[in-house]
Design a protein around this ligand. Structure first.
Ligand SMILES: Nc1ncnc2c1ncn2[C@@H]1O[C@H](COP(=O)(O)OP(=O)(O)OP(=O)(O)O)[C@@H](O)[C@H]1O
Ligand SMILES: [Mg+2]
Length: 146
């Protein structure tokens, strides 16, 4: 597991950008962290690194936002409002988590796992973002996958 400290929103953006630049197909990035931890900020960087030109915002109301104009397709999922197994299973997200095509990045990813739902990707990066103080975040991540 790797751990680093981000000292500003810009540093988190830059980390995401580096990940996006080296992203491979069929990659799931599962993000966990409290409200305002910086999950969406990291996704904005990922999108930049993939060359997505659209502005990324939180898909909290849409659940999924897809961006097709980067080097790889990017799907941005936000599970915040899906609190039960039934809601998670009824949202039509299986394909993203069982057969990801490009890069699939998931906010509140722990919801999926905590309900025992399956994930299958060639590559999976689990990321935990902790708020240290107003500007500092501790970002830890671990790579697994099939
Ligand atoms: N080091 C940092 N990294 C990332 N964001 C930071 C940092 N320091 C301060 N911030 C601020 O924290 C907030 C992070 O917001 P963001 O929407 O990315 O969080 P989130 O984890 O997606 O929250 P939510 O669970 O509501 O979706 C922003 O206002 C950002 O400016
Ligand atoms: Mg968010």
């Amino acid at each position: 597991m790797a751990t680093l400290i981000s000292r500003s929103p810009e540093e988190t953006l830059a980390l995401g950008r580096a990940w996006g630049e080296s992203a491979m197909p069929s990659w799931i990035v599962g993000l966990s962290g409290d409200l305002g931890a910086g999950k969406t900020q990291l996704v904005k960087g990922l999108a930049l690194g993939l060359g997505v030109t659209a502005r990324v915002h939180s898909p909290t109301f849409a659940i999924v936002c897809e961006y097709a104009d980067g080097r790889l397709p990017l799907a941005h999922l936000d599970l915040y409002r899906l609190e039960t197994a039934a809601a998670l299973q009824g949202a039509g997200l299986e394909d993203y988590l069982l057969a990801p095509r490009g890069v699939v990045v998931v906010e509140w990813f722990e919801r999926w796992l905590d309900h025992g739902l399956p994930v299958d990707a060639a590559r999976l990066r689990r990321v935990q973002i902790e708020t240290v103080n107003a500007n500092e975040r501790r970002i830890s991540y671990d790579d697994t996958g099939a």
